[in-house]
Design a protein around this ligand. Structure first.
Ligand SMILES: *Cc1c(COP(=O)(O)O)cnc(C)c1O
Length: 361
């Protein structure tokens, strides 16, 4: 069944796999014979505990998360991590390194300044964040408590294609918009965090993968709810966790596994992105916003020769069943967000639309 669904290129919240939505629908009023909806369950009940623990186990398996890492299911969005990270980690030396490669990294950078001495290890602002700095361009402080970067810049459409080498300085990475799109070596990181609404689940869940030994050094002012150690000790259940979103994440991870896991996603995302970049590069009217070598496989940013033509493109694409293609105001033009749940079919339809638009206009 296709339910008359359109191809939704939204940057987030974004498309979810149909099978996950169908499973949620089928169990909406009575989950697995429990007589109630997951939305109505006590988070301390054995039925929910099974959902919680199995979702955690599925995520651990999908990303091959070592046992020395905690998996936390928090709230507050990725943005809450912009404060939580410095509060919990900066106490070590009072200093941290930040690479500012986009809007969210910049917000994190400014927020961290409340808690310590923040050093700009790299900034791509001078080129409107159209590229990712190389390892050689990173100005690293060996005494930093951590090095912070954003793996995929959702607004600008750039993505790091390497893991920064920082010696003994732990890496903290915002993976909100590319987590689960490829295999990652979690052991190279101190903390990985992600808001769920791009590639994992509905909005309301924030996933944190954290080397457990980094917890417990929080600043004394750290609010109880923003203390990683509290959440590790209580297995993310100091208070009521976002139960429904955790359940949905489990269903999305079932779908992911059926598609070959993160390795399967990596193959598919390369094909999807390449198809779009190729038609853009071969067109007369369109140019990609991000520089080759830094281009994101998740958010394809591009523009035509004028703002008027951009508006026409977005309007006609919407009428053709492809929504949310308008670019973020910081970049203008268009942005096609093609996360895991966007089928190849949707990308093929958009590529054909770009080609036809290029011919006619
Ligand atoms: C969407 C996004 C955020 C903000 O996420 P919230 O959950 O809305 O706070 C932060 N970082 C990146 C990379 C994002 O894509």
């Amino acid at each position: 069944m296709d339910y008359d669904r359109i191809f939704n290129f939204s940057a987030g919240p974004s498309m979810l796999p149909t099978s996950a939505l169908e499973s949620a629908r089928d169990n909406l009023l009575n989950y697995n014979g429990s007589g109630m909806s997951v939305m109505e369950m006590s988070h301390r009940s054995s039925v929910f505990d099974e959902i919680f623990q199995s979702t955690k186990a599925k995520l651990r398996k999908a990303l091959n998360v070592p046992e020395s890492y905690a998996i936390l299911f928090l709230q507050g969005g990725a943005s809450s991590q912009f404060s939580m990270v410095p509060m919990n980690l900066i106490g070590k030396t009072g200093k941290a390194d930040y690479a500012v490669t986009g809007n969210f990294a910049n917000i994190a950078y400014r927020e961290a300044q409340k808690y310590g001495t923040i050093h700009l290890a790299a900034s791509t602002a001078e080129a409107n964040h159209s590229y990712i700095p190389t390892q050689e361009q990173l100005d690293l402080d060996p005494e930093a408590s951590y090095f912070y970067y954003c793996a995929n810049n959702t607004i600008y459409g750039t993505e790091w294609n390497y893991i920064p080498q920082t010696g003994n300085v732990p890496l903290v990475c915002d993976m909100s918009s590319d987590i689960l799109s490829r295999p990652i070596d979690v052991s190279k990181y101190g903390i990985i965090f992600a808001g769920a609404q791009k590639n994992m689940a509905p909005a309301g869940l924030t996933v944190v993968l954290m080397r457990k030994d980094l917890a417990g050094q929080e600043l004394p002012i750290t609010p109880l709810m923003m203390n990683y150690q509290t959440m590790i000790d209580k297995d993310s259940m100091y208070n009521t966790p976002p139960c429904w979103c955790i359940y949905m994440l489990g269903l999305v991870l079932d779908w992911l596994e059926s598609q070959g896991g993160v390795a399967g996603m990596e193959q598919l995302k390369r094909k999807k992105a390449q198809l779009l970049y190729d038609v853009i590069d071969n067109s007369r009217l369109f140019t990609a916003a991000a520089q080759p070598g830094s281009r994101s496989d998740m958010n394809v940013t591009f523009r035509s020769i004028s703002a008027e033509l951009d508006a026409k493109f977005v309007k006609e694409a919407t009428a053709a069943g492809m929504s949310n293609l308008k670019g973020h105001r910081l970049v203008g033009g268009m942005r096609a967000s093609i996360y895991n749940a966007m089928p190849m079919e949707g990308v093929e339809k958009l590529a054909a639309f770009i080609e036809a638009f290029d011919k006619v206009n």
